[in-house]
Design a binder for this molecule. Structure first.
Ligand code: PMP
Length: 424
């Protein structure tokens, strides 16, 4: 029965049942962690071959380049070809770089701050104020990165089909201090939302008061499907050109959750002008990326279908964990009407909204019985969830049994916090 319809007596009995359940959990001495979207050891084992690739004596790329030596700022063309198909970016406009797309986003921001983009009237750092639109809930590291540079963040709502266009278009059209916007277009972190072709088209066509407005299109989960409904990466560069803003979008991606998190390959893609801009700054920072790492990835994948096949094996390991999350939340919370949550068809996260004003309490309660959750508010700029209701669940790393145990704890804590609040 919905918690809202309970009288004080029934609420009191719900509270004491959940308190007893909580005390029982405390006695179990649990130590579970569902804080970060890390691949599990079994997922890392799927790319075990990487540890012995490219193999003794194999160091030449397709065009005969000795990958052990300096050079090739753009990255190996055969790897760029594979990801060109998967990311929907022409090979000539796609760079394969180091191990982290977050680093590429960081460097892009640094260059924008120090130099500006070709059409900027001055470097972004010379502006009095620089603002970014931040779809919420969103990826915490996007927000902490901006905060570290003093870039102001304006939250906008993230919906199932992308950011709320009415909010976005109104702000971007009228405020020239808004220079950029984050977007995780496919299986967003943490909502799992997928930006629809219609929303993408409007984002690319909408007028912007800042001539150098950029959309940071972080396609970290482009191929990370959890169901047969596989959303393909849209050809967003063509959409941007058709919308009259060919230089609006900067595309980022990596193999962090395809092969090894922290030892994969990251990609940058954009218009010819933006790629030239990117390289004009990159060339001072690097004589070329780690081509040996890139070659071993080429040997592992072989082609785009090789990546797709590997991702299906990831899905086999991940999907049961997402099923358990949904099952426990449905069984335990559904009857009480105290929460809503996403059922993503891809990506790494479930976004849970509990009773307003109780998310921090839920996280605190869970910690008290040995379950670490992402801090409440982490998915919002400045770590502040205005409604204190959102919790990000990352079920990838623990075993299925541990995910179930952690979710049982979470459900108890959500109910306990909701009953406490209703009686307060
Ligand atoms: N973008 C998003 C949306 C992420 O969730 C993550 C973390 N998994 C990253 C970027 C980090 O990617 P990388 O490992 O390539 O730096």
């Amino acid at each position: 029965m919905s918690i809202d319809t309970l009288d004080r007596e029934s609420l009191g009995s719900l509270l004491s049942t959940q308190r007893a359940a909580y005390e029982d959990l405390r006695s179990r001495g649990l130590a579970l962690d569902i804080t970060r979207g890390k691949p599990s050891p079994a997922q890392l084992d799927l790319s075990r071959e990487l540890l012995s690739l490219p193999g003794d004596g194999d160091y030449r790329s397709a065009d005969g380049t000795d990958t052990r030596n300096y050079g090739g700022l753009e990255g190996l063309v055969e790897l760029r070809e594979i990801f060109s198909e998967l990311l929907g970016v022409p090979v000539a406009q796609l760079l394969a770089q180091g191990n982290s797309s977050l680093t590429l986003m960081h460097d892009t921001l640094v260059w924008a701050l120090l130099h500006g983009f070709p059409e900027s009237s001055r470097p972004w750092a010379a502006e009095e104020t620089v603002r970014f639109l931040c779809p919420v809930p969103g990826y915490d590291r996007h927000f902490t990165l901006l905060e570290s540079f003093g870039i102001e963040m304006i939250p906008v709502d993230m919906r199932e089909d992308g950011p709320d266009l009415d909010q976005v278009a109104g702000l971007v059209a009228t405020d020239p201090t808004i220079k950029g916007m984050w977007l995780v277009p496919t299986y967003a972190n943490p909502t799992g939302g997928v930006t629809s072709p219609e929303v993408a088209a409007r984002l690319m066509a909408m007028p912007a008061a800042a001539p150098d407005f950029r959309l940071f299109w972080d396609n970290a989960y482009a191929v990370h499907h959890l169901s047969d409904e596989e959303s393909a990466a849209s050809d967003v560069l063509s959409v941007a050109a058709a919308g009259g803003h060919p230089d609006r979008v900067l595309i980022f991606a990596s193999t962090s959750k395809i092969t090894y998190a922290g030892a994969g390959v990251a990609f940058f893609g954009s218009s010819p002008a933006n790629v030239a801009w990117f390289k004009s700054h990159l060339k001072f920072a690097s004589i070329g990326p780690d081509k040996v790492n890139q070659l071993r990835h080429v040997r592992l994948f072989r082609d785009a279908d090789g990546v797709r096949a590997l991702m299906r094996r990831h899905r086999d390991l991940l999907a049961p964990k997402f099923d358990v999350v949904d099952e426990v939340l449905r069984d335990r919370l559904g009857p009480h009407d105290v929460a809503t949550w996403t059922r993503p068809t891809g990506g790494y996260f479930v976004s849970l909204d509990v009773v307003d004003g109780t998310a921090a309490r839920v996280v605190e309660l869970a910690k008290g019985v040995g379950v670490s959750l992402t801090p409440a508010g982490a998915s919002f700029p400045y770590g502040k969830d205005p409604r204190d209701r959102n919790i990000r669940i990352a079920p990838s790393f623990p075993s299925v049994d541990d995910v179930r145990a952690a979710m049982e704890v979470l459900a108890t804590c959500v109910l306990l916090a909701a009953a406490e609040k209703a009686l307060a």
